[in-house]
Design a protein around this ligand. Structure first.
Ligand SMILES: [Zn+2]
Length: 325
């Protein structure tokens, strides 16, 4: 066991007892346990006492959801209070087949469960297994109905040609590298802010029919339209992990906000931050433009949570991981 402040304090208590012969009642506070007694003894000067350090009693896992209902595109936060490590529990959400990552948070671990934009409304369950105590807790989530827009878009053939599989794959390699090692701590603070002034010209999960194509695409981001050069800000605190010109998204900035949440701002006319830089909520990161696959000046702003694009508007009104004590 490594020597900690607690042990130094206990040793000091023994020495004090040996020289003074007075009652000593030493307590310490463990980070993950209530205050408990480690020494309570009476001895004569020069006498010997034994000091027993008892381990704090194991506490049952306490899984808590921050909301019991959600819309498609939202993100539900699950906090497993008292968990000592990610190997102590398993989480399964049958409506979400991708792996879920949990990060150290307060007195346990917390993670975000994205709700697919296309998930059907209804009642769903999230199951949390305590692998040590061999118990299971079931948490109910109601997915509420929501209607999304339909949009018909026409873009110039020269612009449309940019959107090839080859170009998309080249860009994706940069996104994948930038998101490969998410920062584990929660860097963001409170709700996110809309990253630019302007009008929402395309909302999240709009079904978009482009150039008469009968097969629509889902727009899993928001578009904010305004004049070329309008400042674009960091939506919350984080670290810039990508700041470069790509092919389809044009000038792109990706910010890692911690705990698996990344935001991307694309089609910028100009980038004013470098990769590796820490940014605070509201810091300018670039200017609105129409670089890459864009029909006019606008900001395409997306929120990515470990493989799934969630609704940015959801983060503008709520901190995705916030629990009151
Ligand atoms: Zn867009």
């Amino acid at each position: 066991m490594p020597m900690t402040k607690k042990h130094i304090f206990a040793l000091y208590a023994i020495l004090l007892l040996m020289f003074s012969g007075t009652w000593i009642h030493a307590v310490l506070k463990d980070d993950r346990a209530p205050i408990h007694t480690v020494a309570d003894a009476h001895a004569q000067p020069g006498g010997v006492i034994s000091l027993v350090c008892s381990a704090p009693p194991a506490r049952q896992l306490s899984p808590i959801l921050n909301q019991s209902s959600a819309y498609p595109g939202d993100c539900i936060s699950l906090y497993i209070a008292h968990a000592k490590g990610p190997g102590q529990f398993s989480v399964s959400a049958p409506f979400y087949e991708k792996p879920l990552t949990f990060y150290p948070y307060r007195d346990g671990y917390a993670g975000l469960v994205p709700i697919y934009a296309w998930l059907k409304p209804g009642d769903y369950q999230i199951r949390v297994k305590d692998l040590v105590a061999n118990t299971e807790t079931s948490l109910s989530v109601k997915i509420l109905p929501k209607t999304f827009d339909v949009q018909y878009l026409w873009v110039a053939e020269t612009t449309a040609a940019i959107l090839s599989d080859e170009n998309t794959a080249k860009d994706q390699a940069y996104f994948d590298a930038a998101r490969a090692n998410p920062i584990r701590e929660k860097l963001w603070d409170g709700p996110f802010v809309q990253p630019a002034q302007g009008t929402i010209t395309t909302s999240y999960n709009s079904m978009r029919y482009t150039n008469g194509n009968p097969v629509p695409t889902r727009h899993l981001a928001i578009d904010i339209g305004n004049a070329e050069g309008t400042p674009v800000m960091a939506a919350n605190n984080g670290k810039v992990v990508l700041a470069r010109k790509l092919i389809v998204p044009g000038n792109t900035v990706v910010i890692d906000h911690g705990m698996g949440i990344f935001t991307s701002s694309v089609h910028l006319s100009e980038i004013v931050v470098e990769e590796g830089r820490r940014v605070a909520k509201g810091d300018m990161i670039g200017k609105m433009g129409s670089t890459g696959y864009a029909a006019g000046a606008h900001l395409h702003f997306a929120v990515w949570k470990e493989g799934t694009f969630i609704n940015p508007n959801f983060l503008f009104v709520t901190d995705p991981v916030a629990y009151s004590e």
